[in-house]
Design a protein around this ligand. Sequence first.
Ligand code: GLV
Ligand code: MN
Ligand code: MN
Length: 419
Amino acid sequence: MIEALASAESPARRVMRRLDEFARFSDEERALTRLYLSNAHRDAAKQFIAWCAESGLNAKIDASGNVWARYEGAKPGAPALMLGSHIDTVRNAGRYDGNLGALAALAVVEALTATRERLDHAVEIVAFGDEEGVRFPTTLTGSRALAGLFVRAALDQKDADGVTMRDALVAFGCDPEGVGALRGRNIASFVELHIEQGPVLESENLAVGVVTAINGATRLHARVIGLAGHSGAVPMGLRRDALAAAAEMMLLIEARARIEDDLVGTVGRVDVEPGAVNVIPGEVRFTVDIRAPRDEQRRRAVSDISKRLSAIAATRRVELVLTQTHDAGAYTCHPSVISALQASVERVSKAPARLLPSGAGHDTMVMGQLCPAGMLFVRCKGGISHNPEESVTIEDVEVGLATLIDFTRHFQANPKRSG
Ligand code: GLV
Ligand code: MN
Ligand code: MN
């Protein structure tokens, strides 16, 4: 017995081991890439369900591909605290973005089942399927569905191979027609543990921090149509080079984002046609991602950038088709969740909690439209994320888990009003 206890795996170590095992579920052999509704996503979802079963949880995949499970409170049917994050990744990802929060949610329930502890509220856990929005033009599909904000037209969008979201859902074993009816019921709050993806906690030597607000984001898809031609035969003054025009547009986006504090603009993907050394590019497609903490600031930047890109297109005699593929308002985390997380950090870490905003987008910003929501950040090495170099320490994961468990135990679905 003593030997068994001595060799028992700590919750943080189990989470770290599972994260390593989880990283094997990839659409690519030499990198971690797990796109929404891919085979790797399905394998990861099945593994998550199997881990849930180890502690008696009957997890299911919902119509949008989220994995979801419920641990009842003392009284069946009580309002739930929902915990979780996403298990899709960007291309060539690190193993902690999203996945850490999904496995941390399971670890919280495991801490309760280990002692058969029942709380006044239920705990629901969720592993969202699409937070990154890398496969289809839209993003946050799973949390949008749960928040009752899914837009049916999204089912007709296509991925790079021409597969619609509707067909991808069917292939995954989901019912596309059910996505619009998924809205979560009786969820008192949503809380997401996530790596910080920035350098603030590390620079202040802190394991965890409480998120105050999440940047809003707009994504655009730009299609620049010029005229393909012979690289040797067409004089410079007579060209309609789509790539040269797109390059000028990209520099404009960078310059416009640079002139305002807190505003960021990124071109993350470029496709050039026909892509040959001796052909003037005839068509370029690129993505634009613009974020800011204030919605008014972001909207102004988007409008400004759109106008200036059109002006570049006119000067260079190319056609520009600009389509908005995503728009999410900034989210101010709910004050009741912020203060409860703050209290948990202070109880666990015995130090004042660091409050900080999030530049990255998260499922929390959508779940906040359904119920009070908030986030706990865990320090990551060098603030590096969306990169295979992403790294966290087991000690920090231990602090994060202890804080989330403390928060869950103290959570009140219907807080008594003071005064
Ligand atoms: C997800 O990581 C996003 O912020 O786009
Ligand atoms: Mn994430
Ligand atoms: Mn991410």
